[in-house]
Design a protein around this ligand. Sequence first.
Ligand SMILES: [Zn+2]
Length: 279
Amino acid sequence: MDDFAEQRQDQRAVQYAVCTYALEHDRVTDGAEGIFDQAVTNGLAAIVAHAWAGAEMTGSRVRSARELLDVIEQRGKAERGGIVRVPHDPDGPEFEEAPFADEPLPNFTTVRVPVLRDAINATQAIRHARVDGHTSAATLSDEHVAALRELDYHPALFALGGEAIERSRMSVRDRDIAEQQRAAAYYHELDADERARRQAIDYRAEHEWEGVDCRTAVQRCPVCGNRALVARTFDAFAEEIGIGTCLVCSYRRTREVADECGVELDIERAIERAMERDD
Ligand SMILES: [Zn+2]
């Protein structure tokens, strides 16, 4: 797998984990169907790409969740009740002895195809009703969310425990607050003339440009308020939150902070899209 493919798999795993966590913990009240779609599409795409590289795509686009389930049905090992096993290692045994487990562990992920199909149908029905101004009788059930969660047994995916995600988010936020305080203190140390000199510079004219597949953007700094945060890379989710340094006050936005903001933005948009979509 090349770097880009690996990065794409990581993004899918994170999207799956964050959205599944949000669904399990009722952090989403409105637009849960949009979050479910995002979780199931990313989860299934990661599994299919890992098991049968390239089968997650059709032409240049990633297959829809329904199509990914078709691939899994065609290529996985069918069990009773429409359940399909996706092997983690096609050459390995179906069950593996594990040193600390009493019983051999499955070397496959169970995909409850009928339950997931039913969930996808429910999200579609909820959307259609919303567009028409009705309330749909269809709902996402605990069984749907459980089938989604079961996908995390696959090595390409992972689940986020509640405490772990909150802790890591808190520490990201704490570190950013400390960095903002440091930059603000530095900014206040500058004398008024120096501040004015820096503020008068047109950073966009100097730094902003766009190439075929790379760009530099100059964004507004959350510390000093100047449009002076020069970003050459962006968050992995919305690809909008700049990672870089403010040339006026020295505030530095790290990748982890940008990703944290990007995830929030992405979830908000998924909800908005779900509410607006007419499909
Ligand atoms: Zn600044």
